[in-house]
Design a protein. Structure first.
Length: 307
């Protein structure tokens, strides 16, 4: 028995639409031709897959069991075809990445420059979001990869730790003595900028029961790292960021003082467990792991070792 990709596609499309006429339109074949092809498939398998009446079309028990198998076979065939084509012609296609500002501005530029030179046929789309947004986009399968801290339900994702960065204060040392405040364990006199509730920094602070959460309430609430750094440069306040955020080019001239007791932000690369990466996305993921080793970051950032 030899099942073709075309037969599998006809069955899957019909089963999804539950209408032979609409399935024929989607497949660009006539209804009679599709009906005959489905009957031939059932004859080859020796079982009925679809029950047809004058009013409706339904899957038989055997059809319900065969549908996920047919869908998986189709995905495998399409992936194999794509892999072979790209091996012969070079990587093509697109990769969508959701990433936080800190990683995107400190680590990604050099990686993107190198990747574009080695894989000119791949189109990259970058979406700047916070960790909550990145996790949500990954859950909705809007992106191939995500880079950020784990936020919310990530049970459906494969997550690889990229780096660990301590949290600290970032501000203008000419205006604020942050070192003394951290040493004394009293940050109440510092005008702390307020983190949004769905940020990775706030998540770490809340999980540790930090007093900084309450002390931030009277500060200016800032929704992005770029704005935090601009306000810190202007002396409006002191930002609570990770050492990764302190590595941002816009943080030049500001002082970063790690908090005591130490608190860490972890940054992961994420992908959905139920979706295999295409060759272009796999190549880009490898480029991130390789390029991370050469990134210029604050000395307290700890990089994960990759095999």
């Amino acid at each position: 028995m030899n099942l073709s990709q075309r037969q599998l596609q006809m069955f899957v499309t019909t089963a999804q639409l539950m209408n032979v006429s609409r399935a024929g339109e989607a497949l660009h074949i006539s209804q009679p031709a599709l009906s005959r092809a489905l009957q031939e498939l059932e004859s080859q398998l020796g079982v009925k897959l679809l029950l047809r009446t004058t009013r409706q079309l339904t899957l038989t028990h055997e059809g319900s069991q065969f549908l996920p198998v047919a869908q998986r076979l189709l995905r495998d065939l399409q992936q194999a075809t794509s892999d072979l084509r790209e091996q012969a012609t070079g990587l093509t296609g697109s990769v969508t990445l959701a990433v936080g500002t800190a990683f995107g501005c400190t680590v990604l530029p050099a990686i993107l420059r190198s990747f574009a030179l080695s894989h000119p046929g791949v189109r990259l789309t970058l979406i700047d979001d916070n960790s909550a947004g990145i996790s949500a986009r990954m859950s909705r399968a809007e992106t191939d990869l995500g880079i950020g801290s784990l936020f919310g339900d990530t049970s459906g994702m494969a997550c690889q730790l990229l780096l660990t960065a301590p949290l600290g204060l970032l501000g203008d040392p000419a205006r604020f003595d942050m070192q003394a405040a951290v040493k004394a364990g009293d940050l109440r006199q510092l005008p702390l900028l307020k983190e949004p509730t769905d940020s990775s920094i706030m998540q770490v602070l809340q999980s540790r029961g930090s007093k900084l959460v309450q002390q931030m309430q009277s500060g200016v609430e800032v929704s992005s790292l770029a704005l935090q750094l601009a306000l810190a440069q202007a002396g409006v306040g002191v930002a609570v960021v990770s050492a990764l955020g302190a590595s941002h080019p816009q943080a030049s001239g500001l002082q970063f003082v790690p908090l005591k007791p130490a608190m860490q932000r972890e940054v992961f690369m994420m992908q959905r467990r139920d979706r295999e990466l295409n060759p272009s996305a796999r190549a880009f993921a490898n480029a991130v792991r390789t390029g991370l080793m050469h990134a210029v970051l604050h000395g307290s950032v700890q990089l994960e070792a990759f095999e």
